[in-house]
Design a binder for this molecule. Sequence first.
Ligand code: AP5
Length: 228
Amino acid sequence: MMIVFLGPPGAGKGTQAELISKGKKIPHISSGNLLREAVEAGTETGKKARNYIEKGLLVPDQIVVDIIKDRILKNDCKVGFVLDGFPRTLSQAKVLDEMLRNLGNSLDMVFYFSVSKESVVQRLSGRLICGACGANYHKIYVPSSKEGLCDKCGGKLNQRADDKPETILERLRVYHEQTEGLIGYYKKSGILREISSDDRRIEMITKNISDTIENTLQKKSLIGRGVN
Ligand code: AP5
């Protein structure tokens, strides 16, 4: 099962991708996490990407495409994956389509997370990430039991460098300019599913996504067996 999570920054893509990945036993591939790991490790790719990420701009297509191609070709992706944050431009979407076609596959579903600008700003300005294991928290909505410390590993919780108010607004601007057009691209191919992410509990959204996946897979299997 090959799924893409599409939507503005802070829509909850990463939170839901983690839960769906565990529930469906498929890898969660986050282009943002892969890029931040490269920055942290000080690789050539990381050095090139750092400036773009900190300014809230998109990293050039070729850099991201290379990272994603390497990851998708790993063995654990043969059962499928949840792609979170990729593609983000039409050119990335076309490369992904072509790559999957060459592997004899295609995307099953693209979930578009709709959310208001107010929720985005509230969610991102309160987000905290564990510096040791990467677990995701929110000061108000998903607090850790001990302030500033991760429940899972005890690591220190930090704010992401690009979650400052002015960078959040820039990321939203870039999303509307370069990524939003993908909604139409996937609608045309009939695989787009819209998920409202505003004012809803995390577990309700997970159930909604999970049910949609099951229904779509069931329909596909009936069509495959010639039942209309
Ligand atoms: P990336 O890491 O992909 O960031 P993003 O798309 O901006 O998304 P976020 O991680 O900010 O938000 P999210 O939707 O995952 O929300 P989350 O679940 O964390 O990209 C970062 C940068 O890398 C980009 O700006 C760019 O520079 C570069 N990059 C990455 N991919 C690229 C690509 N393909 N091409 C070019 N450049 C690329 O939730 C947010 C907060 O809200 C959390 O605190 C969470 O606990 C909370 N929350 C989640 N759901 C709910 C809910 N239902 N109710 C209340 N709170 C909630």
